[in-house]
Design a protein around this ligand. Sequence first.
Ligand code: SF4
Length: 506
Amino acid sequence: MTVAQGLKNMPKRSPFEDSLNNPDSFTITYELVPGQGAGGKKIDRLLEFARRAKEDGRITALSITDNAGGHPALAPVAIGTEIRNIGLEPMVHFSLKDKNRNQVESLLFLYQREQFRHLLILGGDFPRLTYYGQAKPVYDLDTIQTIELVEHIKAGHYRQMDEEDLHDRPFDFQCGCVVSPFKMTEAEQAWQYAKLLEKIKAGAKFIITQLGFDLGKYAELIHFLDHENINIPVLANVFIPSPAVARIMAGGAVPGVLLPAELAEQMAAESKEQRLLRAAKMTAVLRGLGYSGIHLGGNGLCFDDVCFVLDQAEQFQKDWQSHRQEAHFPLKGSWSLYAADSKKQKKLHPGTRPGGRRLHQLIHDLLFSRSNPIARAFGGFCKFCDRYHFSRSLFTSSEKILKEILFGCRMCGDCTLSESTYLCPQSGCPKKLINGPCGGSRNMSCEVYPDRLCFYVRVYRRLDPNARIPDLGTHPPLPPKNWALERSSSWINYFQGRDHTEKKAT
Ligand code: SF4
């Protein structure tokens, strides 16, 4: 059997995929959160929800979180397989906080075997305290690199699949990605959109937003995608928290989530039905704004609650504009990409605090541009030092001392300082992200260390003042680090052609 014959026999698209790709349909997905342990009432409730959803027919995919909130939980494959057996499409969250690249591939093969088609690729919240303390954060690949890996395997550029395997179980994952349109400041929001563009370029086929309640910010994302001529389905995250969870969210305890305090207060004083009605109004407005669907979720909800929201949303749809104000909870003081009532993007202000960037750039060009004689001489010296253990060790120690003082260098051996305005992501970002920020920052503060600025806010302040959103970050995005180079000299590795400037997937 040839690949072409195999592809011909591939299973038909799922109702979820059909719905996503049909501009006239409004796609509804729902988020399930498995807890700890292999079974019990919570899992029974999730599966009962799936059975009811299948009978009802309006929800076309159920997403399953992957160690949500940085806590260990039942692996999503367990629930995903049962959902698939029930006859619904599982959309498995693929969180990179606790997987290295081998585990990523291994899980892709497992999900291929299980015939899952839809993965939601996300970085994930930083691991929390658990057995004997905090788990080691991994983030070996970022979201862009993971989507690229999937696309490389699909295209046969990496890890050739056996034709028989492709026939039985096609490697045809459709990766979704996430974005937050709910950032308070220019730097954070511009980065969110810049990284979204890269995820789409890498191969993301659909988008799910962070949860939020500011309909102006939801509308901004649609304008931005129109402006960039991007036409892939985008689902708005409509989350219905219990009053207790709303209070926790308003207090800032959930990374990347901004819930206005007035909304939390209002929720504390209202009935469940009122909260469900608000979600129904939001759904109607989001459909009116041009969203392809909604990604519903909440805590303490049963399937009847979800049916109520969907039924009411239908009722509200015809005059959705009239519900806009009631369902809108603006993030006061937040930055917007568009001026009020205008579709013209505002001018950005990167590069307001360039610090020592220009001087570092000058020295970098002098020593590493390959085209000037000083760089060629320095390269020759690096190569000479690499010949002998003693000279290599001495050279590496000198580089370590100098770069540790100047940049807080961690000697990863594959230096990306010049791609991040001469700030080191290995010491500056707790998730060690090299292609733009996560979604966890809050008012410019890092998700992990709230007393520090997000590393990428600092980078933004040092960027070229003329940079526009598509210019932020590195083009093409940086490949994954080669950890075999750790603790070696990045200068020698550069001139010997071992670092990312030469790297190709093997
Ligand atoms: S520094 Fe920024 S990108 Fe890195 S973990 Fe903190 S919030 Fe996320």
